[in-house]
Ligand binder design. Structure first.
Ligand code: HAM
Length: 420
């Protein structure tokens, strides 16, 4: 039986990789100018890192983690997101010691056992950025401005930025109580999960995908009416900074996000082009998490974008441009083939992409291959050319041919290629 990828996992094929690389390289440039440094945490962590940070009652932790047990009976999980790992590393290596403000980014695969559908995979890649050490709204604005700038640089428009404030441990309980009362009066209309959530974690009901529950929360109280003065000022200043940066946004009081560590600002950048998987990026502030995981009381904010979703949007917008080799060298006969092997190596070492035929083939077959590869020029060298010391250089588009000196061929070709 043929072995194929498992459900929800996919190969990123050579034709797609170009967009991935462009995205990664643009993200690196953007992160550099915003002063972010890369960190590479491992893919496997202790399960409790995720249950203690993302929250036991979230879908991610309760149903979606790939968990195994090691030989000592300890639970290990493939990371479902990067923030918990970055926070662990921040605490474990005391990254705050030299510089109280740490700006870190990471790229890589995440694993969630969700039901696969368009834009949703079980292994997916995130580009993730976090700022540690600043409680104020300016770092919230910085993260959002940076995310929007990255989308702009890669050429993606038409996105909608949704923002909300989830308040702080002082004011959120008041809202939680109010929401609980509201939901308790409507339990008949809620799904079984949301009935349970009403008791344990009512804000999670906003995140439920069941239509009936969506209906119930449409008229639910708004958290923005319950947050305290400090949270209100914080959120107001953030909006001011966004307006000053010409970034438009939608206030969405139902944006709670699927992870429990958030406080104050949450945001999501959405598209209407990916069906129900409409979030291209999401993030927020998590001021209590570093302390909760055993570190100092340091605030933080961050975001992550989903690479597959972004690549899907970019590929819809742009035609894929495949790279083509500069040159094909067709060697005809034993002696020429050996010579060609040497020239090819030399040209490649000097940074020029050259292709040849591995098997011994006639001129027609080699020219066909050169055409298929889309090369610009082909150099033809057989016994006659070796004898005369002049190869034939053919322009594959115009079919015009000219002679090139085979003495010092590499230098001659390098000069030619500069003019192509
Ligand atoms: P998240 O909203 O769970 O946040 O994921 C961020 C982004 O990852 C989503 O907006 C989406 O684009 C992508 N994504 C999530 N799940 C999938 C999936 N199954 N398939 C494809 N793409 C997916 C976080 O992970 C937080 N750690 C973000 C953060 C960083 N908050 C603070 N710092």
């Amino acid at each position: 039986m043929e072995i194929t990828t498992i459900k929800g996992f996919k190969d990123i094929l050579p034709l797609e990789v170009g967009t991935w690389q462009r995205l990664e390289s643009e993200a690196r440039k953007v992160f550099a100018v915003f002063g972010f440094k890369e960190i590479k945490p491992p893919l496997l962590e202790r399960t409790e890192l995720f249950s203690r940070s993302i929250g036991q009652d979230t879908d991610i932790v309760s149903k979606e983690m790939y968990t195994l047990t090691d030989s000592k009976g300890r639970g290990l999980s493939l990371r479902p997101e990067a923030t918990a790992s970055v926070v662990r590393a921040y605490i474990q290596h005391r990254l705050y010691q030299n510089n109280p403000i740490q700006k870190l980014f990471t790229f890589g695969p995440m694993f969630r056992h969700e039901r696969p559908q368009k834009g949703r995979f079980r292994q997916f890649y995130q580009i993730n950025a976090e700022i540690f050490g600043d409680p104020g709204p300016r770092s919230d604005a910085d993260i959002i401005v940076m995310a929007m700038h990255l989308f702009h640089i890669v050429g993606l428009s038409g996105l909608s930025l949704n923002i909300n404030s989830l308040g702080c441990p002082e004011c959120r309980p008041r809202f939680k109580k109010e929401l609980q009362d509201y939901l308790s009066q409507r339990t008949d209309a809620l799904c079984a999960d949301c009935r349970r959530r009403t008791e344990t974690n009512p804000l999670r009901v906003f995140d439920c995908k069941v239509e009936a529950c969506n209906q119930v929360v449409t008229d639910a109280p708004s958290i923005l009416d319950f947050i305290c003065g400090d949270c209100r000022d914080h959120f107001g200043s953030l909006q001011g900074y966004l307006e000053d940066s010409d970034i438009s946004f939608v206030l969405n009081h139902q944006l709670v996000r699927g992870l429990d560590y958030y406080s104050r600002t949450t945001f999501e950048i959405q598209t209407d082009r990916l069906g129900s998987q409409n979030a291209v990026a999401g993030g927020g502030r998590y001021d209590g998490l570093v302390k909760q995981l055993g570190g100092p009381d340091h605030p933080a904010i961050g975001f992550a974008l989903g690479v597959e979703r972004l690549v899907a949007l970019l590929d819809e917008d742009n035609e894929r441009d495949e790279d083509t080799p500069e040159l094909f060298i067709a060697g005809l006969g034993d002696t020429a083939e050996k010579k060609v092997f040497g020239w090819v190596n030399e040209l490649r070492r000097s940074g020029i992409w050259v292709e040849v035929e591995y098997a011994s083939k006639g001129l027609k077959a080699q020219m066909k291959k050169a055409d298929r590869l889309g090369v610009k020029r082909t150099l033809i060298v057989g016994d006659d050319e070796l004898a005369s010391g002049k190869g034939i250089l053919r322009d594959m588009k115009t079919k015009v041919q000219k002679e090139v000196d085979l003495d010092d061929l590499v230098e001659n070709l390098r000069k030619e290629i500069k003019d192509w």
